[in-house]
Design a protein around this ligand. Structure first.
Ligand SMILES: [Ca+2]
Ligand SMILES: [Ca+2]
Length: 384
């Protein structure tokens, strides 16, 4: 069974040794490194978020069943340790639905408090709300449990609706200890420029979902959770190592995926300023600049469909890439490595993996990816 499409950059090799689920070994080539690709676990249902525990195991979310499982580097995968209640799913078959369980991240003080946070689409009377939930991970290895499950934040009723797309759904702990949450425009583009609206934005909140006293000020009607506005749909966000800067890679319209350095109080312009065209082919917006709006640092010429972001930092095995962004791509079916210099992109390298990539992590000298399929996998790319 060849899990990978036949691609120039991916060559099947005969497998000398096989672990529990290391069913296939492949190679991804880049300018600096040749990576061996291991399928660490497979059979996941639309995996969405991947987060490593201090003991080296990982948490992985499955989108539509709304489940959280634990995996190990040697290919073991637990049964679900948790299933989200009140998960929103559209009624009837909706093949394009993006609803379900999204990102998962450990609290910055996880070793002290064992708190895990995740983002999901919660069912409500008005359809669905983006919500952040947390629980404490406890129990013994092999009998892990999430206890004390509670919603720490639920999107205001005014902004809830039943659209099953453009949720955003990534979260991040800032260097300031605040929780940053991305919410897409819910496929109603003008919502991104309504700064009262929690959609089409990045929100900033405390660990218990409250408005921090030092949130940026937009105009007096703006939503008090707003950190940045004017976004289409961000699913790739990270702190740039060695700084407190927050960077995001955003799904644009056709040919308009973009990189932004997020500065609190800024409006990133969607749909007024953007690269690319509407998926219908019609032009959108007024160009790529407008007064009072922040232009993208970079607009990708080809569609990435950016879905996860990790910076390379302090990784001897990936020394040549120190400081670079690794962007996972659904449409790119691989990773795009981006080097920043002087506030611009100075190098861009596309590496084809042959699978729709949903999240990227760097751990233990390897690049770890999850693939977003209904038989999704955790892949480990280790440089030779
Ligand atoms: Ca992750
Ligand atoms: Ca923009």
């Amino acid at each position: 069974m060849n899990l990978f499409r036949s691609l120039v950059a991916v060559t099947s090799l005969s497998l000398a040794t096989a672990g529990v689920a290391l069913a296939q070994e492949n190679v991804v080539e880049s300018q600096s490194y040749t990576f061996d690709v291991q399928t660490v676990v497979q059979g996941l249902e639309h995996p969405w978020g991947l987060a490593f525990l201090p003991d080296g195991r990982f948490l992985v979310t499955e989108r539509d069943p709304g489940t959280i499982r634990i995996g190990t580097a040697d290919g073991q995968l637990s049964d679900p340790i948790h299933r989200i209640e009140d998960l929103f799913q559209p009624k009837g078959p909706t093949p394009m639905s993006q609803a379900g369980l999204f990102d998962i991240r450990l609290h910055p003080d996880f070793e002290q408090n064992q708190l895990v946070y995740w983002v999901y689409s919660r069912v409500t009377e008005r359809g669905s709300a983006v919500a952040v939930q947390r629980a404490r991970l406890g129990g013994m290895v092999g009998r892990d449990q999430l206890t004390g499950v509670e919603d720490v934040w639920v999107m205001d009723e005014d902004w809830q609706n039943a659209s099953p797309v453009h949720y955003g759904g990534r979260m991040l702990w800032g260097a300031d200890g605040m929780l940053y949450l991305t919410i897409g425009d819910r496929y109603v583009m003008d919502r991104a420029q309504d700064l009262e609206d929690q959609a089409g934005a990045v929100l900033r909140m405390t660990e218990i979902g409250e408005v921090p006293p030092d949130n940026p000020r937009f105009d007096e009607d703006a939503n008090e959770y707003l950190f940045t506005g004017g976004h289409r749909n961000i699913q790739a966000i990270a702190v740039r190592p060695g700084t407190e800067e927050i960077w995001a890679v955003e799904h644009g319209p056709l040919g308009g995926d973009e990189i932004n350095h997020l500065i609190g109080g800024n409006n990133y312009g969607w749909p007024w300023i953007t690269g690319g065209d509407d998926y219908s082919g019609a032009p959108i917006g007024v160009g790529t600049e407008r007064e009072g709006m922040t232009s993208a640092i970079h607009i990708f010429e080809e569609t990435v469909a950016p879905s996860g972001l990790a910076f390379v930092h302090d990784e001897p095995a990936l020394q040549d890439w120190t400081g670079d962004m690794l962007v996972g791509g659904l449409v790119a079916e691989g990773i795009v490595r981006v080097r920043l210099g002087n506030g611009n992109v100075v190098d861009e390298e596309w590496m084809e993996v042959g699978r729709r990539i949903r999240d990227v992590e760097i751990h233990d000298g390897s690049v770890w990816l999850i693939t977003e399929h209904s038989d999704g996998e955790v892949l480990r790319l280790t440089p030779r």
